[in-house]
Design a protein around this ligand. Sequence first.
Ligand code: GDP
Length: 202
Amino acid sequence: MIIKSATFTVSATRPSNYPPEDLPEIAFAGRSNVGKSTLINKLVNRKHLVKTSSTPGRTQLLNFFTINNTFVFVDLPGYGYARVPERVKKNWGKMIDTYLSTRSTLKGVVLILDIRRTPRDEERNFLAWIHQKGITAILVLTKADKLSKTKQKKQVQEIEKSLVLHPDELICFSAKTGQGLASVWQAIGYSIGQPDAAEASL
Ligand code: GDP
């Protein structure tokens, strides 16, 4: 994908503040610190389009970005911080549920997992929730550079088992080496109905 433009559009908490539903949209979800901002920045080849969340639980907003004036990326707030109060967790759930349930232009959710962690109920429930809504999930295992190829394979099998996935549903990704970048673009390209998106990406 040749990125001609990548611009921040708006932050929102509720549908009345979302931008108009006129472009296909991909949302990104994952626990805080998993590497979500880094992945988005790497995809659009910008260092600081998305601010990396060094303060856990602070970014409780949906952030919309328009890419090449042809599709939209939505950075969903990171989840899974024990220190976040129950009330905030509830609001997070409501905000995400409303977004996933109402957004007619949503074509897929990129669920980001750390390759070194076996998913817990939190991730299993979120994935089930996405599937239940009939939304395509793109599963990305990030920080792959932290493991050898042999260990990556072992973790892929472990995570496949834990999430009850078919083989080859997981994409190993590293922002450091660029591993998996083309595969993530390919999956996004198919989801937004632009299957050639990945072709020109590398
Ligand atoms: P977010 O909270 O999910 O947005 O996570 P960030 O993108 O801020 O990343 C959290 C930390 O992980 C940062 O220190 C990143 O530099 C690091 N990180 C993210 N992706 C990778 C990766 O692919 N490889 C390595 N080695 N570190 C990464």
